[in-house]
Design a protein around this ligand. Sequence first.
Ligand code: BYC
Length: 332
Amino acid sequence: MTTTDASGEEGFTEHFEALLAADERIEPRDWMPDGYRRMVLRQVAQHAHSEIIGMQPEGAWLTRAPSLHRKASLLAKVQDEAGHGLYLYSAAETLGVSRAELLDALHSGTQRYAATFNHPALTWADTGAIAWLTDGAAVVNQVPLCHTSYGPYARAMRRVCQEEAFHVRQGYDVLWSLCRGTPEQREMAQDAVNRWWLPAVALMFGPPDTTAGGADDRTAAMGAAVSRRSMAWGIKRHTNDELRQRFVDNCVPQAERLGVTLPDPAIRWNEERGHYDFGPIDWRLFREALADNSQCARQRLAHRVAAHEDGAWVREAVDAYAAGRYEEGQGA
Ligand code: BYC
């Protein structure tokens, strides 16, 4: 209920603040400020869209997987991403928008999806690099979201994270095999890691929160403002930069074991900080990604719209079936 009734508003705000202070979840039945509703909806919708658009780069390799075993696990992984989209659209619907409205917003470009997926998957090794790096970044980002303040989002995240952790393992295994194969296969793995590293580090965690990592004031201000508000409401639990650092710390030893080089010569262990240092990110990449009108970006959306249109008959059949059941019920 989003009442603006002067007599009741204060009590509602107090109740909302008390739930946050006690680290309890806000549920759809609870009153919430419009700003909170908008911020959760923006993140959950963008997250849902990213899951279903993110099926495309790896999905392009389903018909070209090198073995039945690889095909079966890639198929399951891509289907999992569709399932994540479904959990998240359901969570978004509890905020008062319909699935059709959410999909319209994606298709018309009024809501975003992670620009990470506006990169092509050029070789089979890309399926390994995507699952290891982008799903790896997703796990780091999403594990804290299992404790986000909005109940339906937190519960969706618990299921998503279990599956994402498995995807990381699967991507690592694809790269592990390539790295122990022929020189050409090793080269293919390294090339894929070179191309997916920056999209994972720079885009999966959003804009920086400070200028410390070399970001210009404009980009850092963009990240800081949203992070502060989102953390005050318990939507995000850590800043974008904290999570980015955690991701780099996870990846460096894994890359060493794999035998690939992360494409950042500045990466080195910093004893004093207890973290790996990494080179400054060129945040132009982030700003350009927000305004991306590349052929790949247009193709991603065009595929999505075509898939939606192809599925129109299923939606019509479901509606007709539901209407029939309703009429039967009325007649009985
Ligand atoms: N790409 O508001 P800010 C997956 C926009 S999929 C494009 O400070 P925030 C997977 C942002 O919308 C899971 N735009 O960012 C699937 C805003 O613009 P608007 C992906 C971006 O909220 C298949 C503006 O930039 N994970 O794992 O602090 C296969 C300013 O940004 C991006 C999630 O969605 C971007 N990358 O942080 C494999 C996790 N980043 O809306 C894998 C949940 C920002 O004002 N989401 N923008 O016009 C989050 O944690 C946060 O939303 C983000 C962004 C960290 C992504």
